[in-house]
Ligand binder design. Structure first.
Ligand SMILES: *Cc1c(COP(=O)(O)O)cnc(C)c1O
Length: 360
């Protein structure tokens, strides 16, 4: 079996150890004679899987006891609505930081429920920078401040958690969760679709401070209330059981690797290398301001865009796949989440150098 280096933004590469373990347990999970996919979510086997998965996530992220962890469906996109529905708490306004395509989607959805104050926007600079804190116009009466710590499409990342005082901070961490240690106590709510850095698509993780629960707007569907899922331990209805199990395998894999500090060191090293290779060449270009470049998603363009398809074809032949940039920005994008080994980044850099030499 040959595995490729898959630079997909999501669904993305998973650690090979995790896939092997899932394969070994596929038809008979630990002697119970059935696959995790076939188990009742209320049976003792699955309950043990679910509890271990949550426990490991709590350990990894050092999640305080007054936060609930929810294992939901619907993707990060459902959170764009669930956040205002649950967190407005009688207020009429919410602050949003607009730093890229995913921020914009979150803003558009929130506008259906409240008055959105776009406290800052990087749009005039085509989302290649995050304007400094001094340029933000936060509203002290806002119900919450929503931001996107890592913009998966533009490759723009906050390297510090914004200070929003007593206003709860909400983060769409879909493409950066578990890439480094993070102080959960700074947040009111964190959400993430699993398919970037956690596991299979279909699972969405929400980490929410308990005091924010139970104040949803009238008419909120039962399934869209965080309180519903918190009360039922994410088992109000059938949860995404297989995704929850794979996420658990990924959490234990990260623990074995040395936890989030070790992930951060590795991720920084991979990203630094790749940006250095891009910056040192006149052939490749990354437009993002150095201080807010993403560790996870590295977009780059070729000096001669007419070579894009040849670059992609040859890369694929070299076992480097899914490097095509998002259709909205063009060029290339290398997503280098936790599961991308350093060898994958080394192989990409070597390929890029070779391609450049052939075409300059
Ligand atoms: C991928 C992504 C989303 C959308 O996730 P879905 O699970 O497909 O809804 C939202 N926000 C960010 C930052 C993403 O990277």
């Amino acid at each position: 079996m040959t595995r490729v280096f898959n630079f997909s933004a999501g669904p993305a590469m998973l650690p090979e150890d995790v896939l092997q373990r899932a394969a070994a347990e596929m038809t008979d999970w630990q002697g119970c004679g059935m696959s995790v996919m076939e188990m009742s979510h209320r049976g003792k086997e699955f309950i043990s899987i679910a509890q271990k998965s949550e426990g490991d996530l709590r350990t990894l992220m050092n999640i305080p006891g007054h936060y609930r962890v929810l294992f939901l469906q619907g993707g990060a996109s459902s959170q764009f609505a669930m956040v205002p529905m649950n967190l407005l708490r009688g207020r009429e306004r919410a602050d949003y930081l607009n730093t890229g395509s995913w921020s914009k989607k979150a803003i558009a959805e929130a506008k259906r429920y409240c008055r959105v104050n776009v406290a800052v926007s990087g749009e005039s600079a085509k989302f290649t920078e995050i304007p400094p804190r001094s340029a933000w116009a936060l509203d002290a009466e806002a119900a919450y401040v929503h931001y996107t710590p890592n913009e998966t499409i533009e490759g723009v990342e906050f390297h510090e958690i914004p200070d929003t005082g007593t206003v709860p901070l909400v983060a769409d961490m879909s493409s950066t969760i578990l890439s480094r240690p993070v102080d959960v106590s700074r947040f009111g709510l964190i959400y993430a679709g699993a398919q970037k850095n956690i596991g299979p698509a279909g699972l969405t993780i929400v980490i929410v401070r308990e005091d924010l629960l139970g104040k949803e707007i009238p008419g909120t569907p039962t399934m869209f209330s965080y309180a519903t899922h918190a009360k039922a331990e994410s088992m109000y209805n059938t949860p995404p059981t297989y995704g929850w199990y794979i996420a658990g395998l990924v959490f234990s894999w990260i623990k074995e690797q040395g936890g989030l500090q070790a992930m951060a060191e590795r991720n920084k090293k991979k990203a630094d290398k790749l940006y250095r290779a891009i910056d040192e060449s006149d052939f490749y270009h990354n437009p993002v301001t150095t201080s807010c470049r993403s560790w996870m998603n590295v977009p780059f363009t070729l000096a001669r865009p007419e070579l894009d398809s040849q670059f992609l074809d040859l890369a694929k032949k070299a076992g480097l796949v899914t490097l095509k940039g998002h259709r909205s920005v063009g060029g290339m994008r290398a997503s280098i989440y936790n599961a991308m080994p350093e060898e994958g980044v080394n192989a990409l850099i070597a390929f890029m150098k070779e391609f450049e030499q052939k075409h300059t």
